[in-house]
Ligand binder design. Structure first.
Ligand SMILES: [Zn+2]
Length: 437
């Protein structure tokens, strides 16, 4: 199935292949000052581990829970300049500023061949810090999101040290599903050199990938419990149904409601209360999942079962906005979004009387970018289907479906990868057979 890009006429698309600029010291200082101001009144601590004597260039990997991660990273790396990999919507209304800050532009969950060249420029030519958020989005439930397999290869090719900045508390402070109502939570980050340049040279890309995966593991609800951190805000479960969208009692999807401290299934009426330590308790009978990430992973397993049984299919009408350039969103209007096991994502619509057809096959996307309350457009759920030169932000008519789409993308990719591996192994010629006629 061929992709037919949206025809914008004379409108020029943003060139994501532009090489990054070197960040000037003046900007580094201004950023540092602004980040300190933004964090005024917020309790935070940054602990540095195994960081003695390390100087740029190095690769900085950070987990991603909310914008405050960026502010803490700027403080932790001071006085050194940092070039961040940012996505196109981060450039919205401010592409020139982002360029001056030395950012590397990327569209989410697309393969970008020029990125490696830009990364090399930052590390080798500028000798600065390259910062990336390899989860590529805010964590939906305070646990590590899926990391790309290519990360080990990218690091291996650079032969510089790897530092991991792991933040705690940021998700609990402003959860992705209700970030507009922050809670009182202290923030704690560790900045650790996890691989020296020598170790990067000696280890294989796969070993490097595994080490990074291990050190980037986090679970904010476990951390909350270990710290005995009480979150007393009476709205602590508000919006939680965006993530916990399926009822473990009656199995109904998209009928959950999170209000106050209560999560409720509108289909069967079952209720769970979220306590001050972030645990769930069923109002009646046995609690299915007390630890929130367990519920989340159970939902993933439900989607996986549908995929394995071949019953998974999604289609809906969507309202589409796109971002070919960074200055403004284009309203493309109504379109049809399909996600299935054969074709992956397909968005079909017309713009200015001309058909467009965006196709992203299952093996082309290991994950997908979803939003619950997209700050740049409408404060509702949306899903971003990007290609190398455009990003389509699709608002489905069906409610509370985007988390499932995200699971389906990840699980479908894993299944197709395993299938491909099996097929390749089967096709490999056997040398053990008897060659005599
Ligand atoms: Zn139910």
């Amino acid at each position: 199935m061929e992709t037919i890009d949206v025809d914008y006429g004379r409108l020029r698309r943003y060139d994501t292949t532009k090489p990054p600029l070197k960040q000037r010291k003046f900007f580094t200082a201004v950023l540092r000052a602004l980040c300190s101001i933004a964090l005024t009144g917020q309790e935070y601590r940054i602990e540095k581990i195994n960081m003695e004597g390390i100087t740029p260039p190095y690769i900085l990997l950070s987990n991603h829970m909310y914008f405050v991660d960026f502010e803490l990273n700027s403080i932790a790396t001071w006085p050194h300049s940092v070039n961040n990999i940012a996505t196109i919507d981060g450039y919205y209304r401010r592409p020139i500023l982002m360029e001056w800050l030395g950012c590397l532009c990327k569209r989410k969950f697309t393969t970008d061949m020029t990125l490696l060249r830009s990364v090399k420029k930052v590390l080798r030519e500028y000798g600065d810090i390259l910062c990336m958020y390899p989860e590529a989005r805010y964590s939906p439930v305070g646990t590590t999101a899926i990391l790309p397999d290519s990360l080990g290869k990218l690091v291996k090719a650079q032969e510089v040290p790897v530092v991991v900045l792991l933040h705690h508390g940021n998700y609990l402070h402003s959860p992705f599903w209700n970030y507009r109502k922050p809670r009182k939570v202290p923030l704690y980050s560790t900045m650790t050199q996890v691989l020296t340049a020598q170790e990067v040279r000696e280890k294989s890309a796969q070993e490097i990938g595994e080490i990074i995966r291990k050190v980037m593991e986090y679970d904010e609800y476990r951390w909350q419990e270990e710290q005995g951190l009480h979150i007393t805000e009476p709205f602590r479960a508000e919006g939680f149904h965006k993530v916990l969208y399926q009822c473990p009692h009656c199995l109904m999807e998209s009928r959950m409601e999170g209000k106050g401290t209560i999560l409720r299934c509108a289909a069967c009426g079952r209720e769970w209360e979220m306590d001050e330590l972030g645990r769930l308790h069923a109002k009646e009978g046995e609690t299915e999942f007390s630890h929130i990430p367990d519920w989340f992973e159970w939902e993933r397993s439900q989607v996986r079962q549908q995929l394995e049984a071949g019953t998974y299919h999604f289609e809906d009408e969507v309202d589409v906005w796109s971002l070919p350039h960074a200055w403004r969103f284009q309203h493309l209007g109504k379109a049809k979004l399909t996600h299935d096991m054969e074709q992956g994502f397909v968005v079909e619509g017309t713009y200015n009387g001309k058909l467009y057809h965006i196709h992203r096959p299952p093996l082309g996307m290991y994950g997908v970018h979803i939003e619950y309350d997209y700050c740049y457009l409408r404060p509702e759920d949306c899903i971003d289907i990007s290609t190398s030169n455009d990003s389509l932000y699709c608002y489905p008519v069906k409610q509370n479906v985007v988390t499932k789409l995200s699971f389906a993308t990840e699980e479908l990719y894993k299944m197709k990868m395993a299938e491909r591996k099996r097929r390749r192994n089967a096709e490999r010629p056997s040398y053990t057979g008897d060659k005599r006629p």
